[in-house]
Design a protein around this ligand. Structure first.
Ligand code: IPD
Ligand code: CA
Ligand code: CA
Length: 264
């Protein structure tokens, strides 16, 4: 069987198998040992590494010719049009502190276009999935972004990266102004889960600077398929390789852009 003869359902089933297997490893971890400090606050644990290893084994045993971009081991380039993008544990700081918002994020892109995505939200256990053109689901139930029409009645979520540079300062300003103009802004610490909460309407928008492709690859498709609009902070076209993202239920997008333009 050639790779092309696979159906998106086969890809999604492999991603689900991988996130569920990794989820078992993460939830049953008897130790949480910090193996590396990428910076003072950017941690890598034994479980990030174990999770990534098992996910890569599952994917490459099924699709040995595909490329894989994974956070901890980088790009395994097979010069394939297919590339799996993996965050084996998104929200490591939360995991280390047992704060209940972290997950596993896997997406498959074909020539830069997202085909399927799976995100497992832990420790609660929700499974978010999407197939391009077929909508997004949580635990097999179709999800939609919210119908909130105004910023004044919205709840937002953002995140702050490990690097406290110019973008971090700009985001402090945005955090302040949006906290003032909405019903609240949450900051949970797992970008893939933030996207999924947006996709199922728990929040009305998510924005952040300096995310990496593995933070956003799956969440981008899940949010898009649930009806969200995703751009850069100024409204320009967004790619998962950009260093800023604004994702909304689409209805409050323009209102947010106007405020962002006045604030930073
Ligand atoms: C982090 C989380 C966090 C975001 C950081 C990411 P990690 O991923 O997604 O929400 O603010 O920028 O690096 O390091 O826990 O996989
Ligand atoms: Ca991450
Ligand atoms: Ca990670």
């Amino acid at each position: 069987m050639t790779t092309k003869s696979y159906h998106n359902n086969d890809f999604l089933n492999t991603a689900i198998n991988a996130v569920e297997t990794a989820s078992g490893i993460i939830l049953n971890a008897s130790t949480r040992v910090i193996k590396e400090y990428k910076s003072r606050t950017d941690l890598v644990t034994n479980i990030d590494l174990k999770s990534e290893q098992i996910i890569k084994e599952i994917i490459s045993s099924k699709f040995p010719t595909h490329s894989i971009l994974a956070e901890e081991s980088g790009l395994a380039n097979n010069n394939s049009e297919f590339c799996w993008i993996i965050d084996p544990l998104d929200g490591t700081t939360n995991f280390v502190h047992d704060y209940p918002s972290y997950g596993i994020s896997i997406a498959l892109y074909e020539n830069g276009v997202p085909l399927i995505a799976a995100v497992k939200e832990l420790p609660i256990g929700n499974l978010y999935t999407a197939i391009k053109g077929s909508g997004a689901h949580c635990n097999n139930i179709k999800i939609n972004s919210s119908y909130t029409k105004t910023l004044s009645s919205s709840l937002l979520v953002t995140g702050f990266g490990y690097n406290h540079g110019d973008n971090w300062k700009k985001n402090m300003k945005l955090f302040k102004v949006f906290t003032d103009k909405t019903q609240g802004v949450r900051r949970l610490g797992s970008a893939s889960i933030d996207f999924c909460h947006l996709a199922c309407g728990k929040v009305d928008a998510f924005w952040e600077y300096d995310l990496k492709p593995w933070d956003v690859a799956a969440g981008y498709l899940i949010a898009t398929e649930s009806g969200c609009l995703i751009t850069k902070l100024n409204g320009d076209e967004y790619s998962i390789y950009d260093n800023q993202v604004l994702a909304t239920n689409s209805l409050i997008h323009q209102e947010m852009i106007s405020i962002i333009n006045k604030t930073i």
